[in-house]
Write a protein that binds this ligand. Structure first.
Ligand SMILES: [Zn+2]
Ligand SMILES: [Zn+2]
Length: 337
């Protein structure tokens, strides 16, 4: 089969490799659609430690090709997507329902081979039926699950003013869910005018270009600051700057993934005196089914978030030029809906 193999930092090729064989508890999936995540870009650039060679890709959907001997709930031909965070369910964290901190956590497309390939395997416990949902929409279930987890951690309350940095697919899903969760006013900041137009399409109350007027413009929108700030940029300097926009008792959700070795400086006195809260969010946790339901019922709309559509052979060049923006969707077995 064909796969995109990352052999080292900034060194990936599409090549023929052996088709994987599912272990007793695994499902072999023919990958139909797979989104490129910011994490894939970081992996490509070597921002995190990762064992090479590896096949990246973790936001996918496909068709069951074959199943291992002990697989009970799936059969070939079934349309599926999967939670790519492989947890063990046996360690002390998993037993306390904290699967995203599993001691044996294996992120698909990071520690183990992922979905930038024609076929891939994953344990049955991670797999979900997608019914008649399009493969493209189902490939958005993973990023949406992560956003849902972030919303659970920092849940906007009724009447709150929310400020979102970054109007890429993640920021725009947060925008939709903040509205759903009852935020009073949602402001979105980005450097890219096109992204801000999309934020308008999703009914942001205010969109603000990030330029040297930013602080002044945000002050006009919410003079007392914002109750919840969500960073979806993963840019340390942006995160550092957000403290001047948080209202007293406000919360900052660090959602975008910063480089592993990055540092910011904060004023602990300010955190104390203004009762600020800094909240993290890592991956997802047992909410993949909710994401699929939200996609199926179109409570969260993802179609406008999809940009370029490419084939596996286009991946080396696309990853070299990757710099965020709309979701790029890859179709390893040819274009489908
Ligand atoms: Zn992702
Ligand atoms: Zn575990």
């Amino acid at each position: 089969m064909k796969a995109y193999v990352l052999k080292g930092i900034r060194n990936g090729i599409v090549k023929e490799i052996d088709k994987p064989i599912p272990a007793h508890d695994e499902v072999l999936i023919k990958v139909m659609a797979v989104g490129i995540c910011g994490t894939d870009g970081h992996l490509y650039k070597g921002d995190y430690a990762s064992p090479y060679p590896v096949i990246p890709g973790h936001e996918f959907s496909g068709i069951v090709e074959a199943v291992g001997a002990d697989v009970k709930h799936f059969k070939s031909g079934q349309r599926v997507a999967a939670d790519p965070n492989i947890y063990c369910e046996n360690c002390d964290n998993c037993k306390q329902n904290r699967q995203n901190f599993c001691f044996d956590f294996k992120g698909l497309g990071g520690k183990v081979n992922g979905s930038f390939a024609e076929f891939m395997t994953i344990p049955e416990r991670c797999v979900f039926d997608i019914g008649s949902l399009s493969f493209t929409s189902a490939a958005m279930a993973e990023p949406l699950s992560c956003v849902l987890h972030g919303q659970d951690n920092a849940r906007p309350k009724f009447g709150e003013r929310v400020l979102i940095f970054g109007a890429g697919p993640i920021g725009l899903m947060h925008l939709q869910l903040c509205r759903y969760n009852g935020a009073l006013q949602i402001t979105v900041v980005d450097i890219n005018e096109k992204s801000l137009e999309l934020a308008n399409l999703f009914n942001a109350d205010y969109v603000v270009k990030s330029d040297n007027m930013l602080a002044e413009n945000l002050k006009k929108i919410s003079p007392l600051g914002f109750n919840l700030i969500i960073d979806c940029t993963g840019v340390p300097s942006v995160i550092e700057s957000t403290f001047s926009f948080i209202a007293d008792e406000g919360r900052l959700l660090i959602f975008g993934v910063c480089p592993e070795s990055s540092r910011i400086s904060i004023n602990p006195y300010e955190i104390h005196r203004r009762e600020l809260k800094i909240i993290g969010s890592f991956a997802l946790k047992k909410n993949f089914n909710i994401a699929l339901d939200q996609l199926f019922t179109e409570k969260v709309k993802v179609e406008p978030l999809i940009g370029e559509k490419i084939l596996l052979d286009d991946l080396p060049e696309t990853l070299e030029q990757f710099c965020g923006g709309l979701k790029i969707m890859v179709y390893p077995n040819g274009f489908v809906d």
